[in-house]
Ligand binder design. Structure first.
Ligand code: SF4
Length: 326
């Protein structure tokens, strides 16, 4: 049995059910790097380019943290997960960055995942991985189980549900309690508490209900994405824009917070589009937060608290008054 290392970073936060189930189906041991911490950030800064986005820096740190403990690293080269859209080039090139920047790494399993043409099945794209591990006889079953597990990503993720039913502690202003806030952002910005300074947990402890794209019907996101005049080139950006439009046009939430990684090209473009959507729906408050390794936790807290105050005041007066926060 080989030990397969998977960094808890980037698309792991979107496809962890698929990847972990697949390798368990091949009867291999899976080692996922620990949740992000300061040590992993330091490793990432040490082993990556200075001007790369924070999520990729952290991904390098996650790889460095487990590289010496595993037989293989699983770093799929995910080019595309659907027709006519791609993933970010930095994600596609991540296995090369690791090879160039991190010394002493084990063999990398980096299958190309390109699902633009449905005729190329997921199973076929992972055949080489199964062959390398000498587990071709388990490929069909492992792929089937992995795809079934992944189909539950929107519904089965416990953390999304937990927030909605959080047992509220007495923290924060009473006027914030009961507000509903949508958090938008790449899964690795939303579900990595280190990157976002525990924002989800903090909001939940204030008695605020948090919604993410996981609370929307996947089919409605797809339908909304199909209505976009100029759909973004990247799948994640397209989903986020469609989700933002659904939140803005509904009464589901009082406000939207969009978490952006500094040095992220797709987010820079998407921000312009989401800003523009926000102007069409002034009944929903909106703010964006840029995250990088130098962002101060206190600064984030202050901005979020001002945002919540503005929403609470608006709910009381039905007027918008705070500069910078609509
Ligand atoms: S989408 Fe943005 S944050 Fe994600 S890997 Fe690409 S540049 Fe980095």
């Amino acid at each position: 049995m080989a030990r397969i290392g998977i960094p808890r970073a980037l698309l792991y936060h979107r496809y962890h059910l698929l990847w972990e189930t697949f390798f368990r189906g091949l009867e291999e041991e899976v080692m996922v790097s620990p949740p992000t911490n300061k040590g992993i950030l330091e490793l990432g800064v040490q082993h990556s380019l200075t001007d790369i986005c924070l999520p990729v820096k952290l991904a390098c740190g996650h790889v460095a943290a487990i590289a010496s403990k595993v037989d293989y690293l699983f770093l799929p080269r995910v080019l595309s997960v659907e027709k006519d859209a791609y993933t970010c080039p930095k994600i596609v090139a991540f296995p090369d960055m690791v090879r160039l920047n991190i010394p002493g790494i084990p063999k990398i399993l980096d299958p190309v995942i390109d699902l633009r043409k449905k005729v190329v099945s997921h199973e076929r794209q992972l055949r080489e991985v199964a062959e390398t591990l000498g587990k071709s006889h388990l490929l069909k079953k492992a792929s089937r189980e992995a795809l079934r597990a992944q189909s539950n990503w929107f519904e089965a993720e416990p953390e999304a549900k937990k927030e909605a039913s959080f047992l509220f502690k007495e923290v924060g202003s009473a006027s914030w309690r009961g507000l509903r806030i949508a958090l938008l952002g790449h899964p690795y910005n939303l579900f990595d508490s280190f990157i976002n300074f525990n924002l989800r947990e903090k909001l939940a402890s204030m008695g605020i209900e948090i919604l993410t794209l996981k609370h929307l019907e996947p089919s409605s996101i797809e339908e909304e994405a199909a209505c976009l005049d100029y759909p973004p080139y990247w799948t994640a950006a397209k989903e986020l824009l469609a989700g933002a439009r659904l939140f803005f046009r509904s009464d589901l939430v009082d406000g939207i917070v969009y978490l952006i990684a500094f040095e992220c090209g797709p987010d820079a473009l998407l921000k312009v589009l989401i800003d523009s959507e926000s102007k069409k729906s002034p009944h929903v408050a909106y703010m964006s937060l840029v995250l990088d390794e130098h962002t101060g936790e206190a600064g984030v807290e202050t901005r979020v608290e001002a945002f919540l105050d503005a929403i609470a005041r608006r709910k009381r007066t039905s007027r918008v008054t705070v500069a910078g926060v609509r």
